[in-house]
Design a binder for this molecule. Structure first.
Ligand SMILES: Nc1ncnc2c1ncn2[C@@H]1O[C@H](COP(=O)(O)OP(=O)(O)OP(=O)(O)O)[C@@H](O)[C@H]1O
Ligand code: NI
Length: 305
């Protein structure tokens, strides 16, 4: 990081993702979600340090070189809906030309002509991108339309893993539902989706499992049904996130998440946690999908207003 600060943005993250499955990665801003996604794609800044492995089929993404990632992973084995679509779209080319280019690269689409144009329209429609906006440049698009253009591009390669980083930012509720439903449909039974989101309602709508991240660590990994329904989240932070929702208790978690450059030894949530005691000065391990010394007992249900 500029100025020499050292940030541990992701620690000990461990999860698997099966074909046909959607895993939602949720957590407050700055907890490390996008860094985790960038690490999988080899898109971290050059001075970033990584350790560990991430297997996609027979390939270890963490060990793969840039040529392999560029040639066979990005777009082909992993489709990315980036968090800031405006920054990922090429500013000097229309949406039509970017879709056409990606189609030519990733599918056997012909170089030009009616069949290519039909494929472009089909690709746009999959992400509900309006066909009468295809000839616009990225700066002529609203945030929501740029988001849909980026989603359309990410779906082109039919990659076995789709990584969607806040794919619904800037969309209104109807379109949020349409977009996540489309992502879910796209997954079908033979692809997988890692959905990174602040939007717990979107996660509840389509996720099979939920991973909750706090201050660089996955603190809970649960089946979505158990998480959003009964018995509810077991980690006090995860429970706090749900209870902060307007249609639940609408009670925010007091305090702020810590700076990742100044994390202590113990549980990073302890300063904000009503259940914390002296034991929490030591880092809890992940047991039964929860990383907490005092998880909420399974029979204590979350309050739904
Ligand atoms: N290129 C970078 N250089 C230095 N620090 C970075 C860089 N990218 C991210 N960070 C830091 O890593 C931490 C995690 O950032 P990240 O973008 O992964 O958060 P996030 O969970 O995706 O948040 P948001 O929900 O706001 O997108 C933050 O403290 C951020 O400041
Ligand atoms: Ni992010």
């Amino acid at each position: 990081m500029r100025g020499g600060a050292y940030v541990r943005a992701v620690s000990d993250a461990s999860f698997d993702l099966r074909a046909g499955e959607c895993l939602a990665l949720v957590g407050e801003s700055g907890c490390g979600k996008s860094v985790l996604a960038s690490a999988l794609l080899g898109l971290l800044p050059q001075n970033a340090e990584t350790a560990g492995s991430a297997r996609l089929g027979d390939l270890d993404l963490m060990a793969a070189d840039e040529a392999t990632l560029a040639r066979t992973v990005r777009g082909r084995r992993i489709g990315l809906v980036p968090q800031s679509p405006a920054a990922h779209l090429t500013p000097v080319r229309t949406v039509r030309s970017q879709l056409a280019e990606t189609l030519r690269q990733l599918t056997g689409a012909p170089r030009r002509g009616a069949r290519l144009q039909a494929a472009v329209r089909e690709a746009a429609a999959r992400a509900a991108f309006p066909l009468d906006h295809l000839d616009r440049y990225p700066h002529e698009l609203s945030g929501g339309l740029a988001q849909r253009a980026a989603t359309a591009l990410a779906l082109v390669g039919d990659a076995p893993l789709l990584l969607a980083d806040e794919p619904t930012t800037g969309l209104d509720r109807d379109l949020v539902e349409r977009t996540v439903d489309e992502l879910r449909r796209h997954i079908g039974t033979d692809r997988a989706l890692l959905l990174i989101t602040h939007d717990l309602a979107a996660a509840e709508r389509i996720a099979d499992r939920v991973a909750v991240m706090y201050a660089s660590r996955i603190v809970e990994l649960s089946e979505a049904q158990a998480f959003f329904g009964a018995p509810g989240p077991r980690h006090p932070y995860a429970r706090g996130l749900l209870n902060a929702l307007p249609d639940r208790a609408f009670t925010p978690i007091p305090g702020m998440p810590p700076e990742l450059s100044a994390l202590g030894e113990g549980c990073a949530f302890a300063p904000r946690c009503t259940r914390a005691d002296e034991v929490c000065a030591a880092l809890p391990g992940l047991t039964d999908g929860v990383s907490c010394h005092h998880p909420v007992p399974a029979h204590q249900e979350a309050t739904r207003a």
